[in-house]
Design a protein around this ligand. Structure first.
Ligand code: FAD
Length: 543
């Protein structure tokens, strides 16, 4: 398998099962069963690693020419490097454990730099906060804009520490049957979940100044949601950043995906790039293989990592997804989208921090506009200047800038072809609020990605870049299940536990565990005397 940075090492033989290190989730061993993984995004790569480690014969099919999905780093003409999507790498612990379970050390593959300040929040209406994981300094920063609120920072952290501890077991369990919502972990966490309260209303208990609340709530945008609607449980997002750090993987977040692919290949995974899967094939109502480029291949199980609503519509016949038929997908609540500008600039950009968030004067209206499918007038935006930390992101004397603007998904019916260039110009003007007044004439490379591109080029349903919304009606048991049907499994932001890298890696553990349990149960089941006739002919690979 090749990627733009060169060739990955050839596969090496797998160690015997006995010498494997343990993972927090106990995985059954496989014995050479064939598993197809559709998509080499973070979820697909993580599940492939664990399945191969357990002894399955895994093939990843990826429609793109590189691994990583939305989590890849691209090198543009002129040598400018850009993360395509994720730029905040949070809570590396889960991925470290997955690497360990595969006999590898994540830190030997990728250098993770902890950022301090982890980001700079600039309020258009006045004031700013350099968010630092040093709690004393953070309280001083908060005191600059809201002295009374500074005293409550510690209490917010200590309450959220408890909340995260209670919620972690829920993120780690699967939700395949209704009674799973009554698990001991759920019952224990219930009083803390406060299902009717939102992130913003929960934060009001600690902070009176709306700017302080925004500092601890804009993170709901990682889920593509508004802090005024997002369930209060998600105050743990900002807590997670302060408690466990915001990291920059040196070379970009795509380096993490490349490292995962390298380990997967070492464990024997066959990664096939530029291979778009056209459908999942069924025999006797159980997935039995896939069709790719007109060819059929037999597999014992299929894992789907492509964007859930996009992939489900195309790959799985409706009769095999009774809870997620097209009509339901059309009505499902979905996240916002993003308008992206990637700029290669000659010269520098002063002391712009690694991550800067500009929050619009009327943030609440801004968010409402997006939720109600209107383009906001003065949008909030986020700028990544990775060169602040990592000189490899641009050639010497140059700068790579990544600009992300939350916008409505394609349900807004905006014609991005005509509106995109106007919106781009307006955003360039807004960058002046961050002191970027002189960059237009120094642009040497530019790429814009509109919501229309997210759907057309990147196979994201209705350009909902953060997947199905994370409201309680679409979470846990109500989210598409990791064990999706007979022989079909889901992994990635569209299944449980949800979107965001650490959560997706955790989901990959759940999916791998369920799949390996099912394969083990099949092996132990008594063989049928009369086997049923296959409904479709799938050539069996020669082994
Ligand atoms: C702009 C943006 C910013 C984000 N920022 C962050 C952040 O800072 N931190 C964070 O934690 N998360 C962030 N996320 C969210 C999330 O972590 C990433 O989107 C993540 O990459 C999603 O992973 P995934 O496993 O769901 O698969 P994806 O990354 O969506 O990958 C799925 C893969 O499946 C492939 N595929 C689809 N259909 C087929 C098919 N039929 N055949 C073969 N291959 C197929 C696709 O090409 C793709 O490679 C961001 C997302 C976006 C879009």
């Amino acid at each position: 398998m090749k990627n733009p940075d060169g060739e990955f090492p050839l596969s090496t033989p797998r160690e015997p099962a006995a010498s494997r290190t343990g993972s927090p989730i106990k995985l059954e061993d496989a014995s050479g069963e064939r598993v197809a993984v559709i998509g080499a995004g973070p979820g697909g790569l993580a599940s492939a690693m664990m399945l191969a480690r357990a002894g399955a014969k895994v093939t990843i099919f990826e429609r793109d020419g590189a691994v990583g999905g939305r989590t890849k780093t691209v090198t543009a003409p002129g040598g400018y490097k850009f993360d395509l999507g994720p730029t905040f790498f949070l809570y590396p612990r889960i991925l470290r454990e997955i690497f360990e379970a595969c006999g590898e050390d994540l830190d030997e593959h990728v250098v993770m730099k902890k950022l301090d300040p982890q980001y700079h929040v600039v309020f258009e209406g006045g004031g700013d906060v350099r968010a630092t994981p040093d709690i004393k300094r953070l309280a001083e920063e908060i005191a600059k804009i809201a002295p009374a609120d500074a005293a409550n920072v510690e209490r917010f952290f200590s309450d959220n520490r408890k909340k995260l501890n209670l919620f972690r077991p829920i993120l780690e369990q699967s939700f395949g049957k209704p009674t799973d919502v009554m698990s001991p972990a759920m019952l224990q966490a219930l009083p803390m979940m406060r299902p009717l309260s939102t992130v913003d209303s929960d934060l009001r208990k600690y902070f009176a100044d709306p700017r302080v609340r925004l500092t601890f709530s804009f993170q709901t945008k990682y889920l593509g949601m508004s802090p005024f609607q997002c369930p209060s449980l998600f105050t743990i997002l900002s807590f997670l950043e302060y408690e466990h750090g915001v990291f920059h993987p040196m070379g970009g977040c795509g380096e993490v995906s490349n490292a995962m692919a390298r380990v997967a290949e070492k464990l024997g995974v066959d990664i096939r790039l530029n291979q778009q899967v056209d459908q999942v094939l069924y025999e006797n109502d159980k997935a039995a293989g896939i069709e790719v480029g007109g060819k059929r291949e037999a597999f014992d199980a299929v894992v789907i990592n492509g964007d859930f609503a996009h992939a489900a519509r195309r790959l799985i016949p409706e009769k095999y997804r009774p809870r997620w038929k097209n009509a339901k997908l059309d009505k499902a609540r979905i996240s916002c989208s993003t308008f992206m500008i990637y700029l290669g600039i000659e010269g520098g950009v002063g002391d712009l921090e690694h991550h800067t968030i500009l929050l619009s004067k009327d943030y609440e209206r801004n968010i409402r506009d997006i939720s109600e499918c209107r383009i906001p007038e003065d949008p909030s935006l986020y700028v990544q200047h990775a060169g602040h930390t990592d000189p490899s992101m641009a050639p010497e004397g140059h700068t790579s800038l990544y600009v992300l603007v939350p916008v409505p998904n394609l349900r807004s019916k905006t014609d991005w072809k005509t509106f995109g260039p106007k919106f781009r110009d307006m955003i360039m003007k807004r960058l002046e609020k961050l002191g970027l007044t002189d960059i237009e004439s120094r642009i040497r490379y530019e790429r814009v990605i509109t919501p229309a591109d997210w759907e057309g080029e990147f196979a994201i349903n209705e350009a909902a870049t953060f997947n199905l919304s994370h409201d309680l009606g679409q979470m846990l048991y109500f989210r598409p299940h990791n064990r999706f049907g007979r022989g079909v499994y889901l992994v990635g932001g569209g299944t449980h536990p949800g979107s965001g890298l650490p959560v997706i890696y955790e989901g990959a553990r759940i999916t791998a565990k369920l799949l390996l349990e099912d394969l083990a149960a099949k092996r132990k089941a008594p063989r049928r005397f009369f086997s049923r006739k296959p409904a479709i002919a799938i050539p069996q690979p020669q082994t």
